[in-house]
Design a binder for this molecule. Sequence first.
Ligand code: HEC
Length: 424
Amino acid sequence: MIVRSSRPEDLEMPLEGFNQWITPVDQFFVRCHTYTPEPPNLGEWRLKLDGVVNQPVTLTIDDLKKMRRVEMVAVMECAGNGRSFYQPRVAGTQWAFGSVGNARWAGVRFRDVLEKAGLKDSAQHILFDGADVPLGKMPKFQRTIPVKKAIDPDTLLAYEMNGQPLSIEHGFPLRMIVPGWASDSWTKWLEHIEVLDHEFEGFWMKTAYRHPTHPVEPGAAVDPKEMVPVTDLNVKSVIASPVAGWIKPGRVRISGTAWSNTSPVARVDVSVDGGSTWKPAKLGPSKLRKVESQYAWRLWQLDWQVAEGQYTLRARATNEAGQTQPLTEEWNPSGYLWNVAQRVDVEVTTKEMINIPIESRPPAQPPGYQSACLTCHDEGMMVQQQLTPAQWDREVNKMTGWGAPLKPEDRDAILKYLASQFKP
Ligand code: HEC
């Protein structure tokens, strides 16, 4: 895995992962806003469902396992996947391609659980809360889903991933499965569900995970009134092979995966001339045995006979609703839902080439940096950012707001260090 941050854990699947249909659990990306909680004792664990319902209910894991079991293969993708490609850069976990995976989930329909409690007419949104504990003064990670999506028959509470109980990184003992939607709605470590008769005001709904309703100038500030919650994924493809660099002439197989939102992938087109001309790729099967896989990703491939020269490969997926991948960036302030058709530059040559890694030595850290900035997380959180001095200033304010014990006399030197080390 590519470690974007070791604590809290943010782990990305490398490109090779896009060669397989089911993503193994140990290669499946991990995104945590907080430290991973201790696994609960299953005998003591309970799921509570209350709020504007006729009858609050409390369920054990055995109660859930006795209910009708549903299996589904579905893609889970982080809303911030691809953030590192946005220009200008935006703060946040600097994912490249791999904060996405395709797993076989098993559990129960959320609507079957809801039926036990009985929804009141005033119900509007449903709050899903996990066992994670916020760091410092950071707001608790709580997300809501509108009733309409929550009662969709494909919205599940899952206790299994790829035939095994969920691992703790993936939400043991129970997590949300909201196929077609970004994984900020796929709450892990579920223990409490509350039905609300109003919109939720918490930070992770009202401030974070929002994007503009209309195109904006790259780098522009956007009026919060013109931002809406991130819901549906964008249609998207990844080229897993060949990777950028050099390849030998002859027959080359171009391959990868493609996925979408609630509208399935209809086609993938591939270009070897940077996007001037396109050829349809062959799509892999959309069903595996009898497991529902409308939300699964599709493997695709195209064989290419190539002579020496420079080429730019691109892949572009289109879904049944006719949505397709843009060829140029549509910027947004938090860097969500990147789906620009990927570019892979290859040089086709008979020469032997090798890559030599460049080593660099980090400079000394300024006084107070260790205690102010490297207690909740390590420097991996900073190294991946490439921010301007003004963006670093905002990050430092955000972190002191969350409880970073920064001494005023250390602030300037720390800012200077961050802005010179981790710049665009
Ligand atoms: C009280 C704990 C705490 C301290 C101390 C702290 N941070 Fe953070 N920081 C966090 C958490 C939690 C996250 C991750 C939030 C997430 O993943 O959503 C984070 C994320 C970040 C990010 C990623 C971008 C973002 O906004 O999510 C940067 C950059 C960052 N911190 C910089 C700093 C700097 C610089 C300092 C020192 C001034 C600092 N942090 C001190 C808790 C802390």
